[in-house]
Design a protein around this ligand. Structure first.
Ligand code: ADP
Length: 490
């Protein structure tokens, strides 16, 4: 396993950092996976200088050839899938099935962007003038900074790196301190695929120093960030102040609306998956269920039974269905919200504590509260853990109103077979992604991903939108009149 930073095609151990990034298994804190020496602002400077140099030739490499590097990376990742999934599970905690799914999603992002190498296109448009040919081309930005979180330690780095590279940029990437090993594997995969030195620089270190040094550097033309609102807003202000492009993918507080007549056989697994999949540590997690009283009773019974039946345990055990929280801080936050919800008057139906016999890691029980009201913190604030809030609604209008009554706007789901309800919901719900009769979670390489309101700054990720972020448009006027003057022909 590579345990350092990667700059100019070489793995090395930074020496100036004041501390090591200790990488432990959240399912068993005695299992220390590796120690990554922390990089410093100086390492970032060196990485940016190398990326700037590499940009000179990478930006001139034909886009289909750049795409082919990603295509080879997709094949290598497929071959190394088990290694990547196991590393991810061991350092992040998610169960193997989810880790394998995440590897596949990253592979799809590599494949999609490999194909984009053949399609990066401008537009040909008519000109007001006779004998002037006007069109646009898309150009890379230069060196871009990618700052990524721990919850999807493979897919999020891939979905930022792949479009950045295929568009012709070079990249300085900083993974979350908790999950550098999975990100190091992505670098290894791209290295093996033939990515030239300097095109992708990995600097592992604390956000306050390494992340900040990336954001502040005038040679970083764009920053793509996924993480908390607190850091994202500060980073946006800092980068925007020096004129850099920024995209931030931040928190969520996603609801499932359930109306009478909905098929409970479909709703219940979707709610369980949305709320407890990835231990609730997804920005698209289902954290609220807004249901009509006619269906709430049955739904509650089934969801509580499902939560109780979930097998919580180490992700590396194939029988486990839900892994631990990622670290001590997240574990404490999950339990803190249980406490807050109880104090505010919501009723705990199941969970709320540490599962028996699992105190060697950061495990939390799948937790369900009923009677959660719009003014409660559990209704409004992102827990990022397996804590679900149930709230009654009298009709669709109230469901949409309550779904929208939070600062975030990432995703929302409605279970209904009534086409009028569906169309109204799609129109009125204030989220960047809308699901009908399926869970709130999920995203695909070819579909724009992101949110409204406090969830998102800048454009969407993945899809061609995601690629556009990493390019700028050049408008070209070619005048073949052979005359000195431009004259309008209106
Ligand atoms: P999370 O809840 O995912 O830990 P954070 O916003 O704390 O969210 O972290 C997301 C990423 O931002 C991580 O890679 C982290 O190291 C980085 N980060 C933290 N502080 C800063 C900062 N001041 N500037 C830039 N990046 C930072």
């Amino acid at each position: 396993m590579k345990t350092g930073s990667y700059v100019d095609g070489k793995w090395y151990h930074p020496t100036g950092g004041s501390r090591l990034v200790k990488n432990t298994n959240p399912a068993d804190t005695k299992d220390v996976i590796a120690e990554f020496p922390a990089a410093t602002a100086k390492d970032v400077e060196k990485a940016i200088a190398g990326a700037k140099k590499a940009f000179e030739s990478w930006s001139k490499t034909p886009a289909p050839s750049r795409g082919r590097v990603l295509a080879r990376a997709a094949e290598i990742a497929r071959r190394r899938k088990d290694e990547i999934a196991r590393t991810m599970t061991r350092e992040q905690g998610k169960v193997l099935k989810e880790a394998r799914g995440e590897v596949d999603k990253g592979i799809a992002c590599l494949e999609f962007n490999a194909g984009e190498g053949f399609r990066i296109q401008g537009k040909t448009l008519p000109c007001e003038l006779k004998d002037v040919f006007t069109y646009t081309i898309r150009r890379p930005l230069g060196v871009v900074g990618l700052i990524t979180p721990w919850n999807f330690p493979w897919a999020i780095p891939v979905w930022k790196v792949a479009p950045a590279l295929v568009a012709g940029n070079t990249v300085v990437m900083k993974p979350a301190e908790l999950t550098p090993a999975t990100c190091a594997l992505l670098v290894e995969v791209l290295e093996e695929a033939g990515l030239p030195p300097g095109c992708l620089q990995l600097v592992v270190g604390p956000g306050s120093e390494v992340g900040n040094a990336i954001t502040a550097n005038p040679d970083i033309k764009a920053v793509s960030f996924t993480g908390s609102n607190q850091i994202g807003y500060a980073l946006y202000a800092q980068a925007a102040a020096r004129g850099a492009k920024v995209t931030c993918e931040l928190g969520g507080k996603n609801a499932v609306i359930v109306l009478p007549g909905a098929d409970l056989d479909a709703v219940v697994p979707a709610v369980l998956n949305g709320a407890f999949g990835s231990t609730g540590q997804r920005c698209t997690a289902t954290s609220r269920v807004l249901a009509h009283p006619d269906i709430m009773g049955q739904l509650t019974e089934a969801v509580v039974a499902g939560a109780k039946a979930l097998k919580v345990g180490p992700g590396l055990d194939e029988a486990s269905q839900m892994g631990p929280a990622v670290d001590k801080k997240q574990h404490a936050q999950d339990l803190m919200y249980v406490d807050v919800a109880k104090k505010e008057g919501a009723r705990l139906l199941t969970g709320g504590g540490v599962p028996k016999g699992l105190d060697q890691g950061y495990f939390v029980e799948p937790t369900v509260f009923e009677g959660v009201r719009a003014e409660h913190r559990l209704f409004k604030e992102e827990v990022f853990g397996p804590v679900l809030a149930l709230t009654p609604i009298k009709d669709l209008s109230e469901g949409i109103k309550l779904a929208n009554a939070v600062e975030y706007g990432l995703t929302c789901s409605l279970y209904s077979r009534d086409v009028n309800d569906v169309m109204r919901f799609v129109e009125e719900v204030e989220t960047g992604m809308v699901h009908v009769n399926e869970p709130t979670v999920g995203g695909e390489a070819q579909l724009p991903f992101g949110g409204l309101k406090a969830t998102g700054i800048g454009g969407r990720e993945m899809s061609t939108d995601g690629l556009e972020f990493f390019t700028e448009t050049k408008t070209v006027f070619i005048n073949y009149t052979g005359k000195a003057e431009r004259s309008f022909v209106r």
